[in-house]
Design a protein around this ligand. Structure first.
Ligand code: NAD
Ligand code: DEZ
Length: 401
């Protein structure tokens, strides 16, 4: 129980804050919602807690006058917008929401891949998928694709380093048996994969920086006909180099959810992508609520309050929560029923000719419709166990006929 009133300043686009944090006129907890890109130092002068999303730069300039601040949280996976060294120096506890929207990103990628393969009349099992960065997102993507029997190449030097075999590990045990992954170098992933999925954070300094990890040289060496998907952070691929490469190579298929210099896009680059979306790969309603919930749990710890109700209590039933199908149902049709990447692509392309394109980019994100995750939909009527298992491995809830 709080003795004194507590003020939370929060990005206006964090859902369910009031209900999860128990804020309101009769409560000690007051929430002031502000536009993420316009958050100012003056707004934080009397704040006890700051909750942001990825578009607010959290640094000394923002927090210099925030002398009461006791916690900073971001309802996102990424943390590149937060000066964590500064927060540490000031002794301000900082939390992100690891993995909160990882399933949404995985489902975005899987849906995109299945749609592309359907158009090409290609089969996933015949292809090699490369994943760069196998943390929460890349690791879950790896697992779902592995269960589908796909050949995978993965690159993640920081993880490879930390997963190095321990002394005394049985030599005869294969990597698969021991649960360890076989890593390859970046060039191998880029040159040998039919589909490449980028899931690294944006890291500007240190041992393994990722800014412009993929430049013109790497892009020109991609396998003929390769598909390149970036749903990590825009600057991990040098966007000018990508444009230059696409002006020379018309065999590549590019899908971008994230961009250098968001929210301002380079129209020429958008025009050369197959699918272009406004940084919404992780925008499932489940993922957003999970992000709020994770911060609410940390808030309880910092202020010695009771933990919130489980996340499931806040999640409504999905609009389409049950479909009856037959064995010949096309997988990509089921996926598109839950999430249609082409809808987001069309909406983004419409904004390209607007004089206020950056504001339109933000508006698409602010007014994003409720999108649920595969698990929210029960698929019934399938008696083909292979197909049922495939759907389960993709994340759907399946009821065998
Ligand atoms: N498009 C979206 O909507 C969306 C949603 C969620 C996350 N993201 C972005 O995706 C990133 C990854 O998310 P996550 O949950 O998997 O994060 P994570 O921290 O769980 O995993 C990131 C992985 O990248 C690896 N990595 C770091 N540097 C690398 C390098 N130089 N080369 C290869 N791998 C490297 C790390 O070792 C780690 O395993 C986030 O940091 C965020 O920026 C985007
Ligand atoms: O890092 C993340 O979690 C994602 O990139 C997230 O979806 C970004 O969304 P935003 O905070 O910009 O609304």
């Amino acid at each position: 129980m709080l003795k004194n009133p507590l003020k939370i300043v929060a990005d206006e686009n964090i859902p369910a804050l009031e209900s999860m944090f128990g804020a309101g006129s009769a409560s000690h907890i007051q929430i002031q919602r502000v536009a993420g890109r316009e958050m100012s130092a003056a707004q934080l002068e009397d704040a006890d807690v700051l909750l942001v999303r990825s578009i607010t730069q959290v640094n000394q300039a923002l927090l210099n006058n925030a002398r009461r601040i006791k916690m900073v949280g971001t309802a996102t996976i990424g943390t590149d917008h937060v000066d964590q060294a500064y927060l540490l120096d000031r002794g301000i506890p900082f939390f992100n929401a690891p993995g909160c929207n990882a399933d949404a990103v995985v489902e975005y990628v899987l849906t995109v891949i299945h749609n592309i393969l359907h158009d090409r009349k290609a089969v996933l099992k015949d292809l090699t998928v490369g994943i760069i960065g196998v943390g929460n997102v890349g690791g879950r993507l790896y697992e779902r694709l592995r269960l589908l029997g796909v050949k995978l190449l993965i690159n993640d030097p920081p993880r490879q380093h930390s997963e190095a075999p321990c002394a005394g590990e049985p030599k005869e045990q294969s990597k698969e048996q021991s649960g360890k992954k076989s890593f390859v170098d970046l060039q191998t992933v880029l040159q040998q994969s039919d589909i490449i999925c980028m899931h690294t954070p944006l890291v500007k300094e240190g041992l393994w920086p990722t800014q412009h990890l993929v430049r013109e040289e790497e892009l020109m060496a991609l396998k003929p006909g390769a598909v390149l998907i970036n749903a990590g952070r825009g600057p991990v691929i040098d966007n000018q180099a990508l444009l230059a490469c696409l002006q020379q190579r018309d065999d590549l298929t590019v899908v971008l959810d994230v961009w250098e210099n968001e929210p301002r896009l380079e129209p020429a680059l958008v025009e050369r992508t197959l699918i272009a979306t406004p940084h919404i790969a992780g925008y499932s309603y489940d993922g957003k609520l999970r992000g709020t919930h994770m911060l609410r749990c940390r808030f309880a710890e910092v202020f010695g309050l009771a933990q919130p109700k489980p996340l499931a209590d806040y999640l409504p039933q999905a609009l389409i929560h049950r479909v009856a199908v037959t064995n010949d149902v096309a997988i990509h049709d089921l996926m598109n029923l839950v999430y249609d990447p082409f809808r987001d692509d069309r909406a983004l392309r419409k904004t390209l000719s607007c004089h206020d394109q950056p504001q339109q980019f933000d508006l698409l994100r602010k007014n994003y419709p409720v999108r649920r995750e595969f698990a929210s939909m029960t698929v019934s009527g399938i008696s083909d166990t292979d197909k049922a298992n495939m759907l389960k491995n993709l994340g759907f809830t399946v009821e065998l006929a």
